[in-house]
Design a protein. Structure first.
Lengths: 286, 271
């Protein structure tokens, strides 16, 4: 499987007009191989611009985007092929549905890739299953479904293209907690099966802490911090600088440590927190 | 990209033209257009051209941006020029080759026509669209048309519809951009193929766009009702438009230019 990397990338919008804006400023990130990378940042930090760079919807003003070691803009006419290898799910993807049945909509991407017959059918059904789209709704019109279900259909539409890298821009925004869990959980399973790299953009610290192996913090178009969750969240000061926060469970442990009720603050998910607390209580009971 | 479209975009600024009352600007533009269309001699075009150049400088809009708009109408420019060169008949024949006859007058007329179009586009953009925010513009139109209220013309409603339409142009452009990107990410190919294939490729963009426009319209209507919007009757404004001495001077100068054009129309090269 190929790795994806951006090197010294800058993006400037509307250069030469009064609205000129530097969306990304000399950003270098190695997203690596077969892992889940979380990107966090405040509104306007350049997260979405970065996402669109990765599959060639945006062309960097400076710098290169490397997919499997090769510059994706080497041959601009072949950029469509890059888009098949790097799947991008936009924010609120439910508004991109247009076909008259869910099945047809999910098969739009794979069909554009030239998939046919049984392979197409298999890809569609598999993606639908992993994204939690019920087999019964496949023949319904997407406009009959609820918002959450439509979101799943839209994500399945990209997952069905079996991309090597899957980029998700705020996949869980506006969903209830159960829906969040189900969508991201399903995608993680799919990723494990396809051994692809997954990049999740979010501003929910909890989601990022829970799912990522590697975290990139963006602020004002620059890489503010990057590293493993432990490396990033142990640097609370710098997170605050980017107007971001620690996961709530970590904050709880910071307070507990202050009161000598816990001995460490390296807890980033609720599950780990529960385990740690249980252990402490057991130790106390003895 | 769609967001590069500058045609009819407001550029915020502090120039003299920005500060002029929008109602006056509409009237000034009307007088200016009369002048541009009435001009038919070298001297009157010289006058109009100078005035246009002065307006561009006064607006402090970068010349590059003004010229960018001309690119959009370049096809019309060439088209009218070609038509005039080949089909205008006069007295002095310059070229006579099979069925093609080119007259000196045709060449001159084509030149005038091009200057006229360029002035029209640059002038109206600089006077109105570039330097007037859409809100001010619709307000001014409403005020200028308000005498029609006596004839039971729903002027306020028209103005409100225009405001909303203008307000949503950027939103719709952004939305189209987003949907296009999303479909491109799914491998939609919009750049190649014949006419039918290209038209078909628009379906994945148009359907979501329509759906979201209806949703937006619905939401907006509800939001307006929630804030007790009930039409124009008894409605007051937060920003009152105020005209000042400068506006009158500006208008008088433009009127003078227009009248001047009529006076010098007979001088210099004419057709």
């Amino acid at each position: 499987m190929s790795s994806i990397e951006v090197k010294n990338v800058s993006v400037i919008y509307g250069s030469g007009t009064p609205f000129e804006k530097k969306a990304l400023d000399n950003v270098s990130i190695d997203f690596g191989n077969d892992r889940v990378v979380g990107i966090i940042g405040h509104t306007g930090s350049g997260k979405s611009t970065l996402a669109m760079l990765l599959n060639g919807l945006n062309k960097p003003t400076e710098g290169t985007v490397l997919l499997g070691g090769k510059d994706i803009w080497e041959n601009p006419k072949e950029i469509n092929k890059v888009r098949f290898r790097v799947g991008l799910v936009f924010q609120y993807p439910e508004y991109q549905l247009f076909e008259d049945s869910v099945y047809k909509d999910i098969s739009f991407g794979p069909k554009n890739m030239g998939m046919e017959g049984e392979a197409l059918d298999k890809a569609v059904r598999e993606a639908a299953e992993f994204c939690g789209v019920d087999g019964k709704v496949l023949n319904k019109s997407p406009f009959e479904l609820s918002g959450g279900q439509r979101r799943r259909v839209a994500i399945a539409g990209v997952a069905a293209m079996t991309p090597e890298v899957l980029v998700l821009d705020e996949p869980a925004a506006g969903l209830d907690p159960a829906g969040r869990e189900e969508i991201i959980g399903g995608l993680l399973e799919l990723r494990r099966k396809q051994k692809s790299t997954m990049i999740i953009i979010s501003h929910s610290m909890e989601d990022i802490a829970k799912y990522s192996d590697y975290i990139v913090v963006l602020d004002k178009g620059k890489v503010h911090l990057q590293g493993t969750p432990a490396e990033v969240f142990s640097n609370a000061e710098k997170l605050f600088e980017a107007s971001l926060d620690l996961p709530q469970v970590t904050k709880l442990f910071v307070e507990l440590t202050k009161r000598a009720l816990a001995d460490n603050t390296d807890v980033y998910t609720v599950e780990a927190g529960v385990k740690r607390l249980k252990k402490t209580l057991e130790n106390k009971a003895r | 990209m769609l967001r590069d479209v500058t045609l009819g975009q407001f550029f915020p600024g502090e120039s003299l033209l920005h500060k002029t009352d929008a109602r006056f600007k509409i009237l000034i533009l009307l007088v200016y257009i009369v002048g541009v269309i009435a001009a038919n001699s070298a001297f009157s075009f010289l006058l109009i051209g100078t005035v246009t150049a002065v307006l561009v400088v006064l607006s402090r809009i970068p010349v590059k941006i003004v010229l960018k708009n001309l690119k959009a109408i370049i096809f019309i420019l060439i088209f009218t020029a070609v038509l005039n060169i080949f089909f205008y008949s006069g007295e002095t024949l310059l070229v006579d080759w099979y069925f093609i006859q080119i007259y000196k007058e045709g060449l001159i007329y084509a030149g005038f026509m091009m200057i006229r179009l360029i002035c029209l586009v640059c002038g109206s953009f600089v006077i109105l669209t570039y330097t007037t925010s859409p809100l001010d513009l619709t307000d001014a139109i409403e005020r200028l048309l308000s005498p029609l209220k006596k004839l039971k013309v729903p002027v306020h409603e028209f103005a409100m519809m225009m405001t909303i339409a203008l307000r949503f142009i950027p939103t719709l452009i952004e939305e189209t951009d987003k949907i296009m990107s999303a479909q491109k990410a799914r491998g939609a190919d919009m750049e190649s193929g014949g006419l039918i294939k290209r038209a078909k490729a628009l379906i994945p963009i148009l359907i979501p766009l329509f759906v979201s426009s209806f949703r937006r319209a619905d939401e907006l209507a509800e939001a307006m009702e929630c804030r007790c919007y009930h039409g124009g009757e008894g409605r007051t404004r937060m920003k009152q438009m105020e005209s000042c001495f400068r506006d009158y001077v500006f208008f008088t100068v433009m009127l003078g230019v227009c009248i001047g054009v009529f006076f010098i129309n007979g001088y210099g090269v004419t057709v």
